[in-house]
Design a protein around this ligand. Sequence first.
Ligand code: NAD
Ligand code: UGA
Length: 419
Amino acid sequence: MMRIGIIGMGYVGLSTAVVLADQGNEMVCVDVDMKKLEMLKRGKPPIYEKGMEEMLNRNLNRMTMTADYKDLADADILFICVPTPTKDGRCDTSYVKAAAKAINDANLKGIPVIKSTMPPTAIEDVSKVLGKMPVMNPEFLKEGTALEDTIRPDRVVIGADNIKDFEKLKEIWSFTNAPIIMASPAEASIIKYASNSFLATKVSFINEIADLCERIPNCDVGVIAKGMGMDRRIGDKFLNAGPGYGGSCFPKDTEELRNLARNIGRPMNIVDAAVSTNCRRPVEMVNKLKELMGSIRGKRIGVLGIAFKANTDDTRESVSIKIMEELVKEGAIVVAYDPKAKATIEGINQVNMKEECIRDSEGIIIATEWEEFRGLENALEGKYVLDTRRILNPELMDPRYFSTIGRGKETSKKAKTTY
Ligand code: NAD
Ligand code: UGA
């Protein structure tokens, strides 16, 4: 068992900390946000993530929460999990550099390991601040299944420039039984950007197929995705057509990969196209509603779902918010509901119950695929409904009042048997 430091207790840092504590390691968790630290000390996760509260409380006795980097003095490993947001169109590595400087100032001896997503060009800069080359150990967890993904990742990527650091990291993650990819720090960084950009491209691809299906009678993108996904070379994941991808990572990581490629002089045309397809979607969703309702000006529209996807309270780059901003621009009165997420959006009234969101609204947009929005077909009778997540049964909806994604007009019946 080791003494392990975590720097930055957000989605990645907290998930890494509780899982490694659960394996019996002694964790020292550093953050600059005192409010967050206070909550964590009381066993209250500052984010909504399935199973987090229970695992945190089970391991609190092995977790020190602190704002003082000096408490990391005896840690063998220092996982850096701070944000790398986009600033002026570029990956902002200032939080990583600030953490690196604090490590250096506190004269810490542990191996610095970067979990934050950061381009290869930044590794050299950070190593200068640290006075040594960090290990790149990119994180692949998804919000909503963060703990599961940390315990059972598909692979672990370790980008180290020496075998000693590599072996130490391999030892930490050996409990996952996942295949280990031995890489250079630069390769580890590109594996992360390429993976997120590939998945984002897959989503934009199926969204374009959905647009096509809407214009071809008797075509449903769900059947197309099923037919494609059964080919194991394609795979059935990330083929759910929807309002476009959002979240704290796909938008920023596709942007940074494009930056990197442009600066090197080899633009990534495929990722460029995936991004531009995605950027159009929020307005296209609002246009769909306008087509259905005639006009939305002055009308009350209820939006179900604020989070960027189900099972998280994260609203960063949420398409739902982009749709709401567009609705407000078009003069609609917008009311929103989400079971977990809260967001301050100008001009939006947020309510605490979905019934309240639905009751007086003329139009409804399902923007996030929360389980509790399934089966609402009856409750939505008499309303105009746009289901951007394809969770309602179209056969139970009146086509005059209903619109969805990726479904062409039905002019003939097909055999109903499912094989
Ligand atoms: P987050 O914003 O949820 O959390 C970051 C935490 O770091 C915050 O609690 C913040 O207070 C703290 N922090 C900031 N500066 C600090 C400093 N100098 N010292 C100590 N703490 C500091 O971020 P996140 O979503 O966990 O993402 C972290 C990194 O991991 C990003 O690079 C992101 O791209 C990457 N990533 C995120 C996910 C995800 O699902 N969220 C998945 C894989 C990779
Ligand atoms: C994504 C990746 O899946 C993780 O592997 C990665 O670690 C993480 O980004 C990161 O780097 O932060 P996450 O952003 O939590 O994880 O969510 P995803 O499940 O990937 O969904 C991203 C977006 O794509 C969401 O808006 C979601 O609604 C959308 N999506 C996803 C679709 O529209 N259709 C799909 O079939 C899948």
